[in-house]
Write a protein that binds this ligand. Structure first.
Ligand code: ADP
Ligand code: MG
Length: 319
């Protein structure tokens, strides 16, 4: 199958590639065309997943596609943006129909979940890698940025942390497991659920936000640096799933929750007065600390005593 036939068969013909919504022109021309409503701004983000770096090779193609799209779409959630569509730059060592069919199926499933449309891409031969660029829209001036956190705000997360990191030994085949806990953790790793609705609900409320991709401590450091404040995290309030604790034990679960990446849960700062309204509306807001004057991130125990921070998270080019 040639390049153009491949694009036509697996991608242009996919249900998620149909035009509609804000997508005026999709796959097939030199560019896609988007109609951005008056009073809104375009939000754009791109993420690459490289075989052997971001995922094991070989792996399940359907899960890989879901994860690639979810990881990128999570950045739209973190900005409070409404999804429009995405492009897919796919580099493949060879074009196998079973692999492509599974990949396209996974893409379709996550696109439907996130209300995303495939609007274009690029297809090349080489070592397996996937780059997804996402496009969303947000009312002008209402995007959730990293730099608005103020001393006195609460520090919150949108759900349990550490599950994806807890799944890593399973993903890499270093540990076997067919228990309910193991499969729950694997789901977190392969099919993260971008918190799009929560992000949109936080518009005009959260003072700063991001999605946790590199670990709570490391990503909290990004909000602290951008906002010129210190984030204080209460170790005992970091939410950990029962499955994670049962699978790796309390101590390792906490380590996963603090420094493990890949959860794609939102972390955000909130003026204290906004909390009750969000909770009353049923949003999964978990307070884990607060913002104070200073810089960096402080981890404290239940008595407020500072705890040592051993490792901050994943960094591709650290020494
Ligand atoms: P060009 O040479 O003008 O860049 P291509 O031949 O690369 O165009 O692609 C033809 C059309 O197919 C374009 O609309 C492009 O966006 C789309 N396309 C290419 N690869 C993919 C892909 N993997 N997924 C979705 N659309 C794709
Ligand atoms: Mg091209």
């Amino acid at each position: 199958m040639g390049e153009f036939e491949l694009i036509r068969h697996y991608f242009a013909a996919a249900a998620c590639a149909r035009v509609g919504g804000d997508v005026v022109l999709g796959i097939g021309d030199d560019c896609a065309l988007l109609a951005i409503p008056e009073g809104e701004q375009l939000a754009i983000s791109t993420d690459s997943l490289v075989a052997g770096v971001h995922f094991p090779d070989p792996c399940d193609a359907a899960l890989l596609a879901q994860r690639a799209l979810a990881v990128s779409t999570s950045d739209l959630a973190a900005m409070g943006a409404t999804p429009i569509g995405f492009t897919l730059a796919l580099t493949l060592p060879s074009a196998t129909s079973t692999w492509l069919a599974a990949f396209a199926g996974g893409l379709e499933a996550m696109a439907a979940r996130c209300n995303m449309r495939l609007i274009g891409g690029d297809t090349t031969r080489g070592p397996l890698s996937i780059t997804v660029t996402v496009f969303g829209r947000v009312p002008t001036g209402q995007a959730l940025l990293r730099h608005g956190a103020c001393a006195g705000d609460l520090l919150c997360v949108g759900g349990e942390l550490g599950a994806a990191a807890g799944a890593l030994p399973l993903v890499l085949g270093e540990r076997e497991g067919d228990t309910a806990e193991a499969s729950q953790l694997l789901d977190h790793y392969w099919t993260p659920q971008p918190q799009l609705a929560l992000g949109q609900a936080l518009r005009g409320k959260a003072t700063a936000a991001l999605d946790i991709s590199d670990g709570l401590l490391a990503d909290s450091g990004h909000i602290a640096a951008a906002s010129g404040v210190r984030l204080c995290i209460e170790q005992d309030r970091v939410p950990l799933s029962d499955a994670l604790v049962q699978w790796v034990g309390q101590a390792r679960a906490l380590q996963c929750g603090l420094t493990g990446g890949d959860d794609y849960v939102l972390a955000f700062t909130l003026p204290a007065g906004e909390l009750s309204g969000l909770l009353a509306d049923g949003w999964p807001v978990r307070v884990i600390g607060h913002v104070e004057a200073g810089e960096g991130v402080r981890l404290v125990d239940a008595e407020g005593q500072s705890l040592p921070i051993a490792s901050q998270g994943y960094n591709h080019f650290s020494a």
